[in-house]
Write a protein that binds this ligand. Structure first.
Ligand code: 13P
Ligand code: ZN
Length: 270
């Protein structure tokens, strides 16, 4: 068996969590990540028949039964992931028709998967139905997006259009737009279901007065999605209170669509 800490997926997760912390997106235990792993690849590092413990997950995700995830632990600090991955991270397999999580590695202090496991797993189900190559669900608390939910209309079309206009790159990076949930109690199956429903039509879902979820094919892509939306929110907050002299027009957004071969969310452009 090879050393799990040397696995590329492990190195990438550690690097990403550290980077997210350094961006100020994950204060204290804020944020969580889950990555769908390839069973054959994990088998090079772990005995897949050795289950450390099994925990009920409080919901049912039969679509994910047998699937393996690398996931951050509840109450764990992203800033510490790089120093003690085995304590802060776990490899789990969904079992018993997707009602239980079997711990195969990690959470060495007796820890558990993130409290947002319902939103993560349900979002994986939604995104895999749209894109079978989706692997990552990421949640964090970027300040500018969070701040924007206090002062901007939460209508998804309006919210998306504002972000698209803040930087030219936005249309290329998230043409599917940003969905928005009103404030809801976090860490529940209810917010998990609501997030997963929103994930059917966009890879970014803002949780008003809380943070954002992103989904993608790999950690870089998902990080980049959130990074781009957060940058746009930062520009918005810098200009929102100033007299606006120039903007990116809908005609220009259409030109980006045509030139870069992306398709804006239907009905979002004039
Ligand atoms: P966990 O520590 O349970 O992952 O929760 C952090 C968080 O961001 C809750 O929304
Ligand atoms: Zn959170």
């Amino acid at each position: 068996m090879k050393d799990l800490l040397s696995a590329p997926f492990m190195a990438e997760l550690i690097r990403t969590a550290t980077n997210m912390y350094e961006h100020g997106w994950d204060e204290r235990n804020g944020g969580n990540i889950s990555v769908l792993l390839d069973e054959a690849e994990v088998g090079e590092y772990l005995d897949l028949n050795r289950v450390i413990r099994t925990v009920p997950i409080g919901f049912c995700a039969p679509e994910l039964s047998g699937k393996l995830f690398l996931v951050t632990g509840t109450g764990k600090y992203f800033k510490n992931v790089q120093y003690d991955p085995a304590k802060n991270l776990g490899v789990v397999r969904l079992a018993q028709n997707g009602t239980q999580a079997e711990l195969l590695w990690g959470f060495s202090d007796g820890g558990r998967v993130t409290s947002e496991f319902p939103a993560h797993m349900m979002s994986h189900v939604s995104r895999l139905a749209v894109d079978p190559k989706n692997r990552v669900v990421m949640h964090c608390h970027p300040s500018n997006l969070l701040a924007m939910t206090f002062v901007h209309d939460l209508d998804e079309r309006a919210f998306t259009r504002t972000l698209w206009r803040m930087c030219t790159e936005c249309m290329m990076v998230f043409p599917d737009g940003v969905n928005v949930l009103p404030w809801m109690l976090c860490g529940t199956n209810e917010i998990g279901l609501a997030t997963a429903k929103k994930m059917q039509t966009a890879r970014l879902v803002v949780w008003a007065q809380h943070g954002i979820y992103g989904a993608g094919r790999d950690l870089d892509e998902t990080f980049g999605l959130i990074e781009t939306a957060e940058k746009a929110a930062e520009v918005y907050l810098k200009i929102a209170h100033l007299p606006i002299k120039n903007t990116i027009t809908d005609a220009q957004l259409h030109a980006i669509e045509a030139h870069f071969g992306v398709t804006a969310r239907a009905g979002y452009l004039e």
